[in-house]
Write a protein that binds this ligand. Structure first.
Ligand code: GLA
Length: 386
């Protein structure tokens, strides 16, 4: 059978056509090239453990950098209304800064976030005493909280929702005075719709207390103070505190107070109201709001908008409370990334949590975790523009 010779140009075009049809399904150029997770050495912790810095990048180009030391978010970029990416969290360029002096910049917080009065609580009829690291109270888990340990990496992958990093820490029975071996997993996911998700899970082998949160300091403008940021908090009440920032136990209405953020209000509008004792105690905002959303279901806790850049941060969680802290202890003594000095109120924290000092307040939602139960909490920092 005589074979018809196919002109060469027909062959070449046929191959080219085949490639054009097939190529997109083989290598979807858009996702793979930008959707990634990678790691690099970040130094050694004081206990000699090696620390890694993971970079999570979604397909839009948003990036989160997370250290295995303290599960610290060292940088987080977000676009402004013109699409320019800027780092919107405070922190350091290197591990040394975090090891030397950090007011919990970007860290995972536990075993018990915020304060426990006088470092004492009783559980099952037994008194537990904790390290006093924020006299006269215990703050953020004690001297060596979850922010100052090296977490192990269980998984680092690009998952269905985007790049995700699974960290694990075993807090041994008696660590910092707390009862029970507590096995904690923290999963960070940087989603394709520009949100950083944090999912905590924890189990214990003895009755204990658990209150985990995230301690990023945000500045949506990337520099200067945060007084022009416009905040809205979905809470009708807050928990007033004493001069050492321990709740009195009251759930007070925000009505007619400087704590009413039910309508979008610039953070700086009322922050200096001298007649508000609570603001004097906090040196500004450093309080727990009682969220309106149901515990255990993810709800919108707060929205913060920065007018000059157009950046919007929405905070969602399944927690009963939100610590809103306006960076009142920042005093210019810390020089962070890019040589920037962090002055008074150069950053704010929005820490979804159970209420401070709950083990000492029976009217607060319980933070007791028993063997056989699983602690679960979800925190979402979602970015957009206006
Ligand atoms: C929390 C506390 C503040 C302060 C910061 C860290 O936000 O509520 O009082 O201690 O941590 O400095």
């Amino acid at each position: 059978m005589a074979r018809a010779t196919v002109p060469q140009w027909v062959l070449i075009n046929a191959v080219a056509l085949a490639l054009m049809i097939l190529l997109p399904s083989v290598v979807p150029a858009e996702v793979t090239s930008k959707d990634s997770i990678s790691s690099a050495p970040f130094g050694q912790a004081t206990d000699g453990k090696a620390v890694e810095l993971y970079t999570l990048r979604n397909r839009n180009g948003m990036e989160a950098r997370i250290a295995t030391y303290g599960g610290i978010v060292t940088s987080l970029t977000a676009p402004d209304r013109a699409g320019n990416y800027t780092d919107v969290v405070l922190g350091y360029d290197s591990l040394a800064g975090y090891l030397k002096d950090s007011p919990y910049f970007g860290a995972l917080i536990g075993r018990y976030g915020n304060r426990i009065a006088r470092g004492r609580f009783s559980l099952d009829g037994k008194i537990y005493t904790l390290a006093i690291n924020n006299a006269p109270n215990t703050l953020h888990g004690g001297k060596v909280g979850f922010d100052k340990v090296v977490w192990t990496v269980e998984k680092a992958q690009v998952g269905a929702d985007g790049p995700e990093l699974t960290l694990h820490y075993l807090s041994r029975d008696g660590e910092e005075g707390y009862p029970g071996n507590l096995a904690v997993t923290a999963v960070y996911t940087l989603t394709e719709d520009d949100a950083l998700h944090l999912a905590y899970r924890a189990i214990t082998d003895k009755d204990t207390v658990v209150n985990l949160t995230q301690h990023s300091y945000f500045n949506l403008r990337g520099r200067g103070d945060i007084l022009g940021h416009v905040a809205q908090i979905n809470a009708d009440r807050f928990t007033p505190v004493d001069s050492t920032l321990i709740p009195s136990g009251e759930l007070r209405s925000v009505d007619g107070t400087a704590f009413d953020f039910r309508n979008p209000t610039a953070i700086g509008t009322r922050i200096e109201n001298a007649d508000e004792q609570q603001l004097r105690f906090g040196k500004g905002y450093d309080h727990n709001w009682v969220l309106n959303g149901p515990i255990g279901t993810v709800h919108l806790d707060a929205t913060v908008y920065e007018p000059t850049s157009g950046r919007v941060l929405e905070v969602l969680s399944d927690q009963p409370g939100l610590q809103f802290y306006s960076g009142n202890f920042l005093d210019g003594s810390i020089t962070g990334k890019d040589g920037r000095r962090y002055e008074f109120r150069n950053g704010f924290c929005v820490e979804p949590q159970h209420f401070p000092d709950s083990p000492n307040h029976s009217n607060f939602p319980s933070t007791v975790l028993k063997p056989g139960e699983q602690y679960r909490s979800t925190i979402i920092y979602a970015f957009s523009t206006r």
